[in-house]
Write a protein that binds this ligand. Structure first.
Ligand SMILES: [Fe+2]
Length: 390
C-alpha cells in the first residue's frame, strides 16, 4: 500500500523546473470598481505553469490600502503613484494569509517602499523551513500590527473575518478576508476562487506559457491562435489546481528526448522542445468541471485547500461561509487568483455551503487523487497533526 502511494506521488520533474517568468514581471493594472478598487496582476509560477496572482488596492478614508502584496516592480510603483496622486498615500498594507508563501514574498520590498504605511499581518506568520523573526525577513516591526490581536484597520469601512486557524503541523493555515461594506466586495486570498475559460489579460504580454502547454508533443511549434491560448490556459489551470491532474501522464525519458531539439524549437522559449507531459484524450472533461464561461466563472473552494487543509476542518470552513453569507449587501468576490470581480451574493455563498453538505464540492475526485494521497501520506507520517490545536 505504502509503495503504491509512493509511486503515485512520484513527480520527479518539479525540482528541476526553472522559475518563470524569470527576472521579468509584467503587471496589469485594472480598475475593478470605479474610483474604489483596483487589481494589480502578475504571473508567478514554475516551468511555464504560471498562474496570475493579484494584489487588490482599496480606497480608504484619505488614502489607499493594499491587500495581498505582490513584488513592487518599477511598473507597480509607478501605477500606485498615479493612484496616490488622486486618492492619497498608501496608508496600510495587509498580508491576510499566514501560509500562502506566494503572497508574502512581495511584502518586505513593498513595506520598505511605502515607509509610512502600517503593516497588518494575519496572525501566526511562519516561514518555511525555519521560523524567522519578522524583522529578519524584512518586515519592519515598529509599524507592524497583527490582525485581531492588535485591532483591525478601517473597521468602519471593512468587516474582517477569519478562516482558520487550522494547525498544519509545520505552521498554520489562516486567511483573513476583508468585506468592503460600501461596495459589497469580499476580498479573499486563496480560499474561494472562480475560474473562467478566457486566459487572463496578463498573458497578452507574453502568451508563451499558454502556447507551450497547448501542444501535445515537444516537436510541435508554438503557434499563437485564440484556440491554442484557451487550450493552454485550461491545462495551466489543471496544473495549478491539482498539481498533478489525473489526465496527465509523464512520458518516458526516451520518448521526451525523441521529440526534443527539433528545428525552430532549439531555444529557451520552447525549452528546447523538452515537453515532459502527455495529456490523455479526455483531459478536457476534467477542465470543464472547474472552468466556467467568461460570464459565469465556476465558483469553488480551492481544491488544494479542500484536499490538504480542510479534510479535518470542514466545520471551520462552514462556520466562516455562514458568517460571510450574512454580510449586508454581499455582491462581489475578489480573490488573489483567477477571475475578479465575480458576482458573489448570498445565493452563491449558500450554493457553496449546500455543495459541501451534499459532498458535491468534491467534483473532481479523480483529478484530486494526487492531492488526496499527498494528504494521507503527510497525515500517516504525522506531519499533519491528528487534532487541530487551535
Ligand atoms: Fe495564493
Amino acid at each position: 500500500m505504502m509503495q503504491e502511494h509512493k509511486n503515485k506521488m512520484n513527480w520527479p520533474w518539479w525540482p528541476l523546473f526553472p522559475l518563470y517568468p524569470y527576472g521579468t514581471k509584467k503587471t496589469i493594472n485594472k480598475e475593478l470598481v470605479p474610483n474604489v478598487i483596483w487589481s494589480f496582476e502578475q504571473l508567478q509560477g514554475l516551468y511555464y505553469v504560471a498562474v496570475p496572482i493579484r494584489m487588490t488596492v482599496l480606497k480608504v478614508d484619505d488614502g489607499l490600502m493594499l491587500i495581498n502584496p505582490i513584488p513592487p516592480t518599477e511598473e507597480v510603483i509607478n501605477e500606485i503613484k498615479k493612484l496616490t496622486a488622486i486618492h492619497g498615500q498608501v496608508k496600510t498594507i495587509v498580508l491576510p494569509t499566514s501560509s500562502g508563501l506566494e503572497h508574502k514574498i512581495g511584502l518586505p520590498a513593498l513595506a520598505r517602499y511605502f515607509e509610512d504605511a502600517e503593516i497588518w499581518l494575519s496572525p501566526g506568520q511562519w516561514s518555511f523551513p525555519i521560523n524567522l523573526p519578522l524583522s529578519f525577513i524584512g518586515i519592519p516591526k515598529r509599524r507592524t500590527r497583527i490582525l485581531f490581536e492588535d485591532g483591525l484597520p478601517f473597521e468602519a469601512l471593512c468587516d474582517w473575518s477569519s478562516l482558520g486557524p487550522i494547525d498544519l503541523g509545520l505552521g498554520r493555515f489562516q486567511e483573513v478576508s476583508c468585506f468592503h461594506k460600501p461596495t459589497g466586495s469580499l476580498i479573499v486570498t486563496d480560499s474561494i476562487i472562480g475560474i473562467d475559460e478566457n486566459p487572463p489579460d496578463i498573458f497578452d504580454h507574453d502568451p508563451t506559457p499558454l502556447l507551450f502547454h497547448s501542444r501535445d508533443r515537444g516537436d510541435e511549434q508554438l503557434i499563437d491562435t485564440n484556440k491554442s491560448r484557451k487550450k493552454g490556459w485550461a491545462r495551466l489551470v489543471l496544473f495549478s489546481i491539482f498539481l498533478k491532474p489525473n489526465k496527465l501522464k509523464i512520458p518516458s525519458i526516451s520518448e521526451i528526448y525523441r521529440f526534443s531539439f527539433y528545428k525552430g524549437l532549439r531555444n529557451i522559449k520552447s525549452h528546447f522542445g523538452i515537453y515532459p507531459f502527455l495529456w490523455q484524450e479526455d483531459w478536457e472533461k476534467s477542465a470543464q468541471k472547474i472552468i466556467g464561461k467568461t460570464s459565469s466563472p465556476i465558483i469553488q473552494i480551492a481544491p488544494v485547500l479542500q484536499k490538504l487543509i480542510l479534510p479535518r476542518s470542514v466545520d471551520i470552513l462552514k462556520k466562516w461561509l455562514e458568517l460571510i453569507k450574512d454580510f449586508d449587501g454581499l455582491q462581489l468576490l475578489i480573490s488573489a487568483h483567477y477571475s475578479a470581480p465575480i458576482k458573489f451574493t448570498r445565493t452563491e455563498c449558500e450554493k457553496l455551503i449546500a455543495e459541501i453538505d451534499s459532498g458535491e464540492w468534491d467534483m473532481s475526485k479523480e483529478d484530486s487523487e494526487f492531492l488526496s494521497i499527498l494528504y494521507k501520506r503527510l497525515f500517516d507520517l504525522g506531519i499533519i497533526p491528528k487534532e487541530n490545536k487551535y
